[in-house]
Design a protein around this ligand. Structure first.
Ligand code: HEM
Length: 453
């Protein structure tokens, strides 16, 4: 029996005590969100930011400004929070504050959570995901995947991405005859989601007929980054993560039997050649993260940017006329309406950042979306302006050692997606019925009906 099959069986055989899932939900979701709500009512600004993102997908700009006014860090009840561009960058590159917001103590509640977590499904925020791994393991794992996503490697994918974009637009016109008469079409479903999912599936060697399954997994599991999920939703997310895990193990097994030229085949080969370099768990986690991160965020970039350009037709016309490079619009959309709201870190030793002492174990929240509106870096930050020369200084892809591995790919896909769409449908308008996604950390449109014109 191969290692992957053995692992798959082990995963299936792992028996979960019924109280474990309930404990995970109570301590990891219900309790923190009740505490946050209580603190928010008593004036805690971090609690209010979290509440605000639950109530609406509009960025809470006023709260961001108040947090910024409090100094380098706002001392929230749960964390030190920063909304300053320079401080966010310093936090993200500090070796003293590391990824994750785990309980690092030995209190009974931490031990209980540890017990409950033992049977949790593997997710983007559970070890050994790159997102929560630190050097030396992080350096070793990241090195293996990085070469596929360098700017040069990504440029090699541009022609194929353009072809996919054209084909999707052809399908859109062909399969929706009403479109030709100007009837609305959901741009997210037909284009913004379909493009990145096709590209990342090709990079990972996922067969054509399985792409809808992958897309479904991604959409259902995306709330796993959020806090305060109702029990039913939490159970659905965990069920989806388990299904995704089983699917991924099967897929890896197939790739092992008949390898191709794709990234996954390369990773599997690395695993099989030299077992010490990438464990099975690391292989599965990395493949899952790249697959999910590869489209769950880029769909938001394409949707958010399309909506913003439709609201600013003069700027869109300048792009179509070639007066402004499309990449600038991609960066400005990432700055103005970033697909990832924030990220968290924990101090692993006593340290000091921006002159503020930080105790070991203190959680630090970096508000990426707020850093992108820092008036010290961006003139007139609340105005969307594709002519903004330093739009690329945004922190939408985070920073430091966890800087988004797929940034070059996402920017290329964004550029191709926006250019191809608008060169064909330059007078596209938004139609009624748009709906934002109900995820909190990931921000984008669930439905974006447009008239192609
Ligand atoms: C517009 C699209 C995207 C946005 C806004 C985005 C955003 C981010 C952010 C904010 C992080 C770091 C989180 C942290 O610091 O805690 C991250 C990490 C990551 N992203 Fe992306 N991402 C995008 C597209 C992609 C794509 C296309 C891929 C596919 C390869 C990808 C793969 C990853 C991976 C593997 C990591 C983990 C890196 C590490 O921890 O070392 N992302 N992304």
């Amino acid at each position: 029996m191969s290692t992957a099959t053995r692992l798959a069986h082990a995963a299936r055989d792992r028996v979960e005590h019924p109280a474990q899932a309930l404990t995970r939900w109570s301590l990891g979701q219900a309790l923190p969100s009740t505490a946050i709500a209580a603190r928010a009512r008593r004036g805690d600004l971090q609690g209010q930011v979290i509440r605000a993102t639950h109530d609406s997908q509009e960025l809470p700009l006023e709260l961001f400004a108040r947090i910024r006014e409090a100094g380098p860090f706002y001392r929230g009840h749960f964390a030190l929070v920063t909304a300053h561009h320079a401080v966010v960058r310093e936090v993200l590159s500090s070796p003293d504050v590391q990824a994750g917001i785990g309980l690092q103590d030995d209190r009974p509640i931490a031990r209980l959570l540890g017990w409950a977590g033992r049977s949790a499904p593997m997710g983007p925020l559970s070890e050994p995901s790159l997102l929560v791994t630190e050097p030396p393991d992080h350096t070793r794992m990241r090195k293996l995947v990085t070469r596929v996503f360098t700017v040069r490697a990504v440029e090699g994918l541009r022609a194929r991405t353009e072809q996919v974009a054209e084909e999707l637009l052809d399908d859109l016109v062909r399969e929706a005859p009403r479109t030709r008469r100007g009837g609305p079409v959901d741009l997210v479903d037909a284009y913004a989601a379909a493009l990145p999912v096709t590209v990342i599936c090709e990079i990972l060697g996922v067969p054509l007929e399985e792409r809808d399954v992958v897309r479904r997994f991604g959409t259902l599991a995306a709330p796993s980054l959020d806090l305060g999920l109702p029990l039913v939703r939490f159970r659905q997310v965990e069920r989806t993560l388990r299904e995704f895990d089983a699917w991924l193990r099967d897929h890896i097994e197939q790739v092992r039997r008949s390898p191709g030229q794709d990234l996954l085949s390369q990773l599997v080969a690395v695993r099989d050649d030299d077992g010490a370099r990438l464990s099975d768990a690391e292989l599965i986690s990395t493949a899952g993260l790249v697959l999910a991160a590869g489209f769950e965020t880029t769909v938001n970039l394409i949707g958010n940017a399309t909506a913003l350009l439709a609201e600013h037709p003069e700027q869109r016309a300048a792009l179509v006329a070639g007066e402004v490079p499309w990449l600038r619009a991609v960066d400005e959309a990432l700055r103005f309406d970033p697909p990832v709201l924030l990220t968290g870190r924990t101090a692993v030793r006593d340290t000091e950042i921006a002159g503020v002492p930080i105790r070991k174990g203190r959680v630090v929240t970096a508000l990426l979306a707020a850093a992108n509106r820092d008036p010290l870096v961006f003139t007139d930050p609340d105005t969307f302006d594709v002519r903004r020369e330093n739009a690329g200084d945004h922190l939408a892809f985070s920073g430091g050692r966890h800087y988004c591995l797929g940034a070059a790919l996402a920017r290329m896909e964004g550029e191709v997606a926006l250019r191809t769409l608008h060169e064909r449908f330059g007078s596209l308008t938004l139609a009624p019925g748009a709906r934002r996604r109900d995820t909190r950390i990931l921000r984008g449109w669930a439905r974006l009906p447009v008239e192609l014109g």
